[in-house]
Design a protein around this ligand. Structure first.
Ligand code: NAP
Length: 480
């Protein structure tokens, strides 16, 4: 079930939130602590105003809510709200048995017994969840993972405490896989926002329902994803998920923030993942865990695609093909013979090799010149410092910008700011957020032909899709 956490300060604002999200949600949580005082007193009317089941919650400040009432006042407010037909009421772990609980049980309102930890994951999380559910209630643990190991620990709860009805929430960025794969985590529901997140890391109900189809995940769903750090800005879920849906392929693709590749592989085994994309800074780090790599990966020394094979993981590189696709015709026609590659990082490794492999002359310019030198030596090309960029004005057909300079939110930066385009060059920036970088704006002013990071992302994503599924990417335009 997808549950919309209502954040309105009036009942009518909460109703509007439900109306706007009705097609994406199965139930809603009325947060009494978000309501104005006069509205709190009318809360009992709320369940009859809507057709979705409603959870009643009055969250204390120390648990991440806004309620500063005394415990006696809080109890009184909950008791009066329970005159309405709420489907669930949230009662915190440490609240002793009282008249709220009695009234809920008498009315057949299900009790969600919750605890919150905003600093981490308690060591005794398994036994605490077990105790919360002792009286037949739904156990809810909202905790804060800080590593991929913590994420693995939380997913494992589903196996350790299989029979217990529960809701496991990983708050913050690390917890996003648990919110999306809530069914694999053994949770009966996941909380969603209507836009602005009410709790850290909350995803919109629309994305959970339409992009991820999180409520459709079952035992057979193939799990795919992208690992990186940072990774949450990625547009890859917008490529793969609509693709799966269009070909009726039971699969989901989601971002995983990772700090330790070895532990991520353990999680990938646990979730029986079928494949994943790899982004900064793990394109090299994954290599030692792969049982098989393609010729390109070996040559480039970087892997952006990992696919499960019988008994092992295989590494591939689709950046190579994705980069080439938009300019291949120009290389084949001889329009591109001489190029300048700005940057010598992971992406540049694939790009320089792709260009050299197609017979294009390359000069690598990088801030750290030793890195440019190393890359140039491996690929038999030239190198120079960034400061010398102007030496190449008018002498190259293609300029590829591969550094992270100009990446969101650094809109106004350009690694070769003093370079003058003649207008005859093809300018290609592999950054895709923003689409139009400062580097490309300068090139556009001079009348250059432009290529965007979005094109490379989409092309490498389509190839990845084929490697993941064995099917061609369907005819659709992803909204990235
Ligand atoms: P990386 O391995 O971390 O390399 C970063 C590069 O940027 C290095 O050359 C680094 O130079 C340079 N750099 C960073 N900060 C700089 C600064 N302040 N001034 C000058 N140079 C600077 O990263 P990557 O994997 O190559 O990715 C780079 C960019 O490409 C990212 O924005 C990524 O999103 C994008 N990308 C796009 C696609 C796509 O499909 N469109 C695919 C892959 C990557 P030093 O060596 O001196 O540190």
């Amino acid at each position: 079930m997808i549950c919309l956490t209502l954040s309105g300060s009036t009942l009518s604002a909460c109703l509007s939130e439900i109306r706007e999200n009705r097609e994406y949600i199965d139930l809603a949580e009325l947060r009494l602590d978000y309501l104005e005082k006069s509205e709190q007193e009318r809360a009992s009317e709320f369940p009859s105003m809507t057709d979705v089941p409603v959870i009643l919650t009055l969250r204390r400040k120390e648990d991440g809510g806004k309620c500063t009432l005394s415990e006696k006042e809080r109890r009184a407010l909950l008791l009066s709200a329970l005159d309405g037909d709420f489907a669930y009421v949230d009662i915190e772990e440490d609240v002793k048995k009282n008249d709220v609980e009695e009234k809920a049980r008498a009315k057949g309102v299900k009790i969600i017994r919750s605890f919150h930890d905003f600093s981490g994951i308690p060591d005794d999380i398994y036994s605490r969840i077990y105790r919360l559910a002792e009286r037949g209630d739904i156990a809810k643990a909202a905790v804060t993972p800080h590593s991929i190991q913590d994420v693995l620990t939380l997913f494992r709860i589903s196996e350790e405490l299989k029979e217990i009805p529960k809701i496991i929430i990983g708050m913050g960025d690390w917890g996003i896989p648990l919110r999306i794969l809530y069914r694999r985590a053994g949770s009966i529901l996941t909380f969603a926002s209507s836009g602005e997140a009410v709790a850290p890391g909350q995803i919109s109900a629309k994305d959970l329902k339409l992009l991820y189809r999180a409520d459709q995940v079952d035992e057979k769903t193939g799990i795919y994803g992208i690992i990186g750090n940072p990774v949450l800005h990625t547009s890859s879920p917008q490529i793969h998920n609509p693709g799966f849906h269009a070909i009726h392929y039971n699969a989901i693709y989601l971002p995983f923030m990772v700090d330790n590749v070895r532990v991520f592989f353990a999680l990938a085994e646990y979730l029986r993942m079928r494949g994943f994309s790899v982004t900064i800074p793990f394109k090299d780090a994954v290599l030692m865990y792969l049982g098989n790599i393609t010729r390109e990966v070996k040559q480039i020394g970087a892997c952006n695609t990992v696919v499960r094979m019988p008994g092992m993981w295989k590494g591939m590189n689709t950046d190579y093909y994705g980069f080439l696709a938009p300019i291949l015709k120009d290389i084949e026609s001889g329009r591109i013979r001489n190029s300048l590659v700005i940057g010598a990082g992971g992406a540049a490794q694939a790009i320089v090799w792709a260009l050299r492999n197609r017979g294009v002359k390359v000069t690598v310019l990088n801030r750290t010149v030793t890195r440019a030198e190393k890359l140039a030596k491996i690929n038999l090309c030239e190198y120079d410092t960034l400061e010398n960029a102007s030496k190449y004005e008018g002498k190259v057909d293609l300029i590829v910008q591969t550094t992270s300079v100009g990446l969101y939110p650094d809109f106004d930066a350009n690694p070769i700011g003093s370079f003058h385009f003649t207008g005859r060059e093809i300018a290609y920036d592999i950054i895709y957020k923003p689409k139009m970088t400062k580097f490309l704006k300068e090139a556009e002013k001079a009348g250059c032909t432009l290529h965007f990071g979005e094109e490379m992302l989409l092309e490498q994503g389509k190839l990845q899709f084929e490697l993941f599924t064995g099917y061609h990417y369907p005819k659709l335009t992803p909204q990235m």
